[in-house]
Design a binder for this molecule. Structure first.
Ligand code: THU
Length: 136
């Protein structure tokens, strides 16, 4: 599978910008949008959803990943994440990504749609604990 080209990256970032508008963030006021591309070519969106019981909050990235996987799409190719300032995925979201594709591409963009960082899961989560690690 080829990496997404420039147009596809731009498209994924634009979709994440739209998804970010659906964030429910009454506590942090820090909306996050995600757009996840599967190897079959489908795109799943996500936004962060906060809760008065703070620890119940779910990040945008995991919303998108769980939507995809719950629809039977486990082959994750790339994810665009949009925040105000180009913030990077949290540790829990990195771990969720590692389960499905350590080589997946990550496009980190700011609210203007500018690509701030392009990386892979492996690069930002070296030494990850994955399915292969779970030997008995
Ligand atoms: N958040 C995400 O949605 N993704 C991340 O990778 C970092 C943090 C959310 C969680 C919370 O709603 C807000 O951003 C502030 O932490």
């Amino acid at each position: 599978m080829m990496d997404p080209n420039l147009d596809e990256k731009t498209k994924l970032i634009q979709i994440a910008i739209e998804a970010r508008k659906k964030a429910y963030v009454p506590y942090s006021h820090y909306p996050v949008g995600a757009a996840l591309l599967t190897k079959s070519g489908k795109i799943y969106t996500g936004a962060n959803i906060e809760n008065a019981a703070f620890s119940v909050t779910i990040c945008a990235e995991r919303t998108a990943i769980f939507k995809a996987v719950s629809e039977g799409e486990r082959d994750l190719q790339a994810i665009a994440v949009v925040t105000k300032n180009g913030g990077t995925p949290c540790g829990s979201c990195r771990q969720a990504m590692a389960e499905f594709n350590p080589n997946m591409k990550i496009y980190i963009a700011n609210e203007k749609g500018e690509l701030v960082q392009e990386t892979t899961l492996k690069e930002i989560l070296p030494g990850y604990f994955g399915p292969e690690s779970l030997v008995q």
